[in-house]
Design a protein around this ligand. Structure first.
Ligand code: PRP
Ligand code: ZN
Ligand code: MG
Length: 224
């Protein structure tokens, strides 16, 4: 493929989508707000924005399909662990931790359960979309468990009788509350982060990345 415009992957819709667009616009990229196509061309710089599912962003960067990505550290770390387990490429460079998208990956149980530590979950089934982060945490705690992989609606699993506990993202806590669950263990604290592929860039694109990073630093400093 011929060297092209710099490619940046961001979340199409969800908790990071709006703030990604705000950040990139603040950094001077002219983007069409109403344009929700998968691929859109920045009007004033040689940059293309790809809007994809957040879960796809780490892999796109690790495979060098895109040059930059903005993604939650939780999703990034899960993909890194999964690829490591499968001996697939899992390298990337962190350019900057961002100032939005804060959340935590936590264990949660029925609000009436007497939870005293990870051992309280010995030999239970835990529903999650993050099986590698969950396994890492439980293995470090030395607690045997089984998991139940759900890509969504994780919080209904205990009530539905599919699992005894869940491991899911918590931000306000409203989802747990609404489902009669309580957060009992914080496993991982996450924010949005800007990452770069380790594929070498053309000189022009590397300069563009440096310029973009300087501007992003400026935007974040201004709102501190
Ligand atoms: C997460 C998580 C919960 C919700 C928790 O989903 O799976 O559903 O947010 O947030 P709260 O504590 O503020 O209620 P998210 O919106 O990130 O979407 P996804 O799971 O589809 O990626
Ligand atoms: Zn997602
Ligand atoms: Mg969800």
């Amino acid at each position: 493929m011929t060297q092209q415009r710099l490619r940046i992957a961001i979340q199409k819709s969800g908790r990071l989508a709006d703030e990604c667009q705000t950040l990139l616009k603040g950094a001077g990229l002219k983007l069409n707000l109403r344009d929700q196509r998968l691929l859109s061309h920045c009007q004033n710089l040689p940059i293309d924005i790809l809007r994809v599912r957040d879960d796809d962003i780490p892999g796109l960067v690790m495979d060098g399909v895109v040059d930059l990505g903005i993604v939650g550290e939780n999703v990034l770390e899960e993909e890194r662990l999964e690829r490591q387990a499968m001996t697939r490429p899992a390298e990337f460079t962190t350019l900057r931790r961002l100032d939005f998208g804060g959340c935590r990956l936590s264990l949660a149980v029925d609000k009436d359960m007497d939870y005293t530590g990870p051992a309280s979950l010995a030999n239970t089934r835990i529903a999650t979309s993050y099986p590698y982060l969950l396994a890492q945490f439980m293995n470090q705690a030395g607690v045997p468990f089984s998991d139940c992989m759900l890509k969504g609606s994780v919080e209904v699993a205990p009530r539905a009788g599919l699992a005894d506990a869940i491991c899911d993202l918590v931000s306000t806590g409203a989802t747990l509350e609404a489902n009669g669950l309580k957060e009992c263990e914080v496993m991982f604290r996450s924010k949005a982060t800007l990452i770069q592929s380790q594929q070498p860039l053309s000189d022009a694109n590397q300069e563009l990345v440096d310029k973009l990073l300087t501007r992003i630093n400026g935007v974040i400093q201004a709102r501190e």
